[in-house]
Design a protein around this ligand. Structure first.
Ligand code: ADP
Length: 279
């Protein structure tokens, strides 16, 4: 995207002319869009729970005052309900703040590329996710993991990518249906690895697959599920910083396939590796 600014000039020789300056405003537009998204998220996802938290905290305080004055029993139940709402609201805000920080960290953190066992990493993510206390027994994900190679990547950041993708596969499966996730990978001749995470969830409507990687973007069919639209933007940042690409496509069996690439060790480290001492 270009913007043009121009002004007339008179040269010393008396000739008249104009100077036109072309500015590439793609970055500025992206920052503006990001700021608008950020303002929306702060207004909606932080302000709303904060208002609830304050209101319920006040209610709890009143109930405690009543209790202290000996008027207690009928309001105690309300107080319990109030604390539950406060904790729920606080957890929502914590999640959002963590995602906002992860989004910044995905851009700024120094990459520490290591040789990693993808099977161990995937196993760790899947176990953490499937054993999560909030998982209902009937909705435990059914995860198939194919043979996975070693990769060269930053362990913390790569874990975040896989965790976001597996988490979404679970979240965007209709309630009451057990999530089905297939995780496979293949190595190219040049040592690069392509990792594929396929689900049988609600899918992404046609024409929206590319946009879901934009920050704060949520697909038109996803509103029933809580979210900020930052998870996939974090994934894209991390994958691109490794020199790879990430994309989404419809799963022919229903659902979505996310695939991302990581270059092989021989290709190059996309950024100079810094030793731990120089941090
Ligand atoms: P969030 O889930 O917090 O909204 P993400 O950036 O992780 O944010 O995802 C962006 C959007 O992409 C989601 O709001 C949802 O509409 C869509 N999406 C992501 N993963 C899936 C999936 N596995 N199945 C269907 N839709 C998905």
């Amino acid at each position: 995207v270009l913007s043009v600014s121009a002004r007339p000039i008179d040269t010393a020789s008396g000739r008249r002319g104009a100077v036109a300056v072309f500015h590439d405003i793609t970055d500025r537009k992206r920052v503006e869009t990001e700021l608008r998204g950020f303002a929306g998220v702060v207004a909606h996802d932080l302000k709303a729970p904060l208002t609830l938290v304050s209101a319920y905290a006040e209610l709890v305080a009143e109930a405690l005052d009543d209790l202290a004055a000996g008027a207690g029993a009928p309001t105690l139940g309300q107080a319990r309900q109030g604390t539950a709402k406060v904790l729920h609201g606080a957890a929502r805000m914590q999640r959002l703040i963590t995602e906002l920080l992860d989004y910044t960290a995905a851009r700024d953190a120094t990459l520490r590329i290591e040789r990693l066992s993808l099977p161990t990493l995937v196993d760790d993510v899947v176990t953490t996710r499937t054993d999560a206390p909030e998982q209902e027994p009937g909705a435990r994900p059914d995860v198939f993991v194919g043979p996975l190679p070693e990769v060269h990547a930053d362990p913390v950041l790569l874990r975040q990518v896989i965790d976001n993708l597996v988490g979404n596969a679970i979240k965007y499966t209709p309630p009451g249906q057990s999530p089905r996730i297939d995780i496979t990978a293949r190595t190219d001749e040049d040592g690069g690895v392509r990792i594929r995470i396929a689900d049988r969830g609600i899918g992404i409507p046609d024409g929206e697959h590319a946009a879901v990687f934009d920050s704060f973007h949520r697909a038109s069919n996803g509103a029933a599920h809580p979210g900020t639209g930052l998870g996939l933007a974090i994934c894209r940042r991390i994958v691109e910083r490794h020199g790879g690409r990430i994309e989404a496509a419809p799963n022919p069996g229903g659902g979505t396939i996310f695939a991302f690439t990581l270059p092989g060790a021989a290709t190059h480290a996309p950024e100079p590796l810094r030793s731990a001492e120089s941090q």
